[in-house]
Design a protein around this ligand. Structure first.
Ligand code: GTP
Ligand code: MG
Length: 280
């Protein structure tokens, strides 16, 4: 069984992805589908999202204490099966790992069991903190302005992701002397629609441009074939608590896409499964 660990801070788009992926898997219209004889018994984790989306509204933030895991048995058109499980939890749990540099027993268990990591990064929320890599020479006015108040001490978003991966690698006891092949790592650049990029932009190039430190870190530590960067838009547009008519008319399944490693949009979110379990 492939155990997929979705890793992402608050608001990264984990739950909407889970819901939209499940909606596609159960519709039987895409490459992979839920094995008809093996329906999971407790679907609440995705049903809430799908119900909200069917009403054209966004789903809520996952409660801090929630830790729900679901196992999905899926098969492709040739009946090859892939079983995978993934947890849905509140993103603050991931912030706590980085802030405290420790993991609780539940997370230790998630990390130990995982065979693939799916790291969610919402680039449009990544702050461009100045660091040694991108710092230019500020103007005298700018220097004066900066000296007026003490800047908050905070690690940059790029370091946040590097710290996070380093902690996970350490907890899993991975040897980093050689390049990593297990767990396979997929970086999902979520809410791709909000980035307003040119058509056919390549996700790996966007990551390199926006988070060069992280880009170098993952490329130096993972085998090429076990590392991918994808774009993801689960809903194609921002929903609110008011119903969106377009979403109701066209149904949630008609919205959302992944951007594959070549920069091509695919409506079939289920194809991302092949990437994140490392079959592609
Ligand atoms: N525009 C746009 N908005 C999205 C997309 N995916 C999610 N959102 C919005 O982003 C917000 C966060 O999405 P969630 O899926 O709840 O994020 P999460 O990672 O589960 O967050 P926590 O439960 O807080 O950890 C919600 O308001 C969604 O409506 C997308 O593809 N495009
Ligand atoms: Mg959530």
């Amino acid at each position: 069984m492939d155990d997929i660990l979705i890793i992402g801070g608050p608001n990264a788009g984990k739950t909407h992805f889970g819901g939209q992926l499940y909606g596609r898997l159960s519709s039987k219209q895409f490459e992979y589908q839920i094995s008809p004889n093996n329906l999971p018994t407790d679907l609440t984790i995705f049903e809430e999202v799908l119900d909200r989306l069917a009403e054209g509204r966004r789903a809520g933030h996952t409660e801090t204490s929630a830790n729900r895991s679901i196992e999905l048995k899926t098969e492709d058109k040739n009946c090859n099966s892939i079983i995978f499980s993934f947890p849905d939890y509140a993103g603050e749990q991931v912030n706590m790992i980085v802030d405290n540099r420790r993991v609780n027993s539940l997370w230790k268990d998630y990390i130990d069991k995982s065979s693939a990591w799916l790291l969610f990064i919402r680039l449009e929320e990544v702050e461009k903190t100045e660091d040694i890599i991108n710092r230019g020479i500020p103007s005298p006015q700018e220097i004066q302005k900066r000296n007026e108040k003490t800047p908050p001490v905070k690690i940059s978003d790029a370091s946040y992701f590097v710290e996070l991966l380093q902690t996970l690698i350490y907890i899993k006891g991975i040897d980093t002397f050689h390049k990593i092949n297990k767990p396979n790592l997929t970086i999902m650049l979520s809410c791709w629609d909000l980035l307003k990029l040119k058509k056919n932009s390549i996700p790996a190039e966007i990551l390199k441009e926006r988070l060069p430190l992280l880009y170098d870190f993952v490329n130096n530590n993972w085998n090429d074939k076990d590392l991918s960067v994808l774009g993801l838009s689960s809903t194609e547009k921002s929903l609110s608590d008011d119903p969106d008519d377009d979403f109701i008319d066209r149904t949630p399944i008609d919205f959302g896409y992944i951007v594959n490693t070549k920069g091509i949009k695919e409506k079939d979110l289920t194809l991302s499964i092949e990437t994140f379990i490392g079959k592609k």
